[in-house]
Design a protein around this ligand. Sequence first.
Ligand code: C5P
Length: 394
Amino acid sequence: MPKKTIVLGVTGSVAAIKAENLVKWLKEIGRVIVVMTEAAKEFVLPKELAKTSGNRVVTGLFERYRKERETVEHISLAEEADLLLIAPATANTISKLANGIADDMLSTLVLATKAPILIAPAMNTDMWENPIIQENVAKLKARGYRFIDPAYGRLASGRMGKGRLASLGRIVKESERILEEKKDLIKKRILITAGPTQEPLDPVRFISNRSSGRMGYALAQIALDRGGEVILISGPTHLIPPSGAEVINVQTALKMRRQVLKNFKEADIFISCAAVADYRPKERERKKIKGGRTLTLELERNPDILKEISKKKGKKILVGFALETENLIKNAKAKLREKNLDLIIANSYSQAGGETNMVKIIDKREMVQSLPRLSKEAVARKILDRVVKLVWKK
Ligand code: C5P
């Protein structure tokens, strides 16, 4: 196997003094080319990193141009990279990337590359917790940039807090995992529903549920990373959809049903992650309902989209979710049978919500795989590992 190329971006955080060790460790898993920002040079000398990496260190955007009239080094590096790792990443670099600014070699490279990008931030706790930085991190995550969040510990200022560069061991392990990541969904079309639906009562009110849409969006992101073509049919959420997915926004269960039926024919895999409202108000008032009197609402059943789809299953793979407040496994198994699913992801209400999830994957033989508490991205990877195995069997 030829060695993979890791382009390591080093920026001007105190943690840049660890760059030499990081390069040594990364060399165990690939060829390392270091790119440094101006500020990083305050903490470590380019010639030291050149010696350790065994490769030239790229610092300026125009240095090759000055020497050799070669103008496109950022493009050749962008193409060469199998992974672009930025460690340590400062608040400044993160914010530039979140806004598409390309004013030095590293930020230009980020815009130009198609390689996966892994960012390990390091900064003072207050800076890390600053809402602007958190928003920029969230924006980058939604665009498929991966992060190794900083660790808790003593910072350069002497204070304790979150902001230390994650351990080099974790950074190297995560890099290795990304380099070995499979492209096992190429040419597969994956239809995913996500988020809640909203069922209007009148022009300003609706019935809905607490689904954030994060699990479905994570599935869309990971399916894209693995080479799949993704159609994401989403109820209303506050999330930025992953770039590369075809996104169809809907509000109600009836609209979601229509879009699922329309797109199902072309799909190889359908993952029904949306929390579709089971009921909708029978009447939708044209004017805002007035207060003051007791109001009795009559609700009617929404169609069960997944059940309807399961009748047209053919050779397609169907994955459903079951969120339960009681008898999790029993209820999930019943839904698996009723909706003729290949897999059902059982999710206890007490474990759901937030950035992580703890689920069980149940297959057609009703074998239960219990996963530990994981990030929603990691859960998505486990689910797609199982889906891929089924694709191979068909
Ligand atoms: O029966 P229950 O609503 O718990 O089933 C959950 C599964 O069925 C989920 O995969 C959900 O996306 C799907 N579903 C649906 N249409 C509905 C209700 C649920 O497709 N009306």
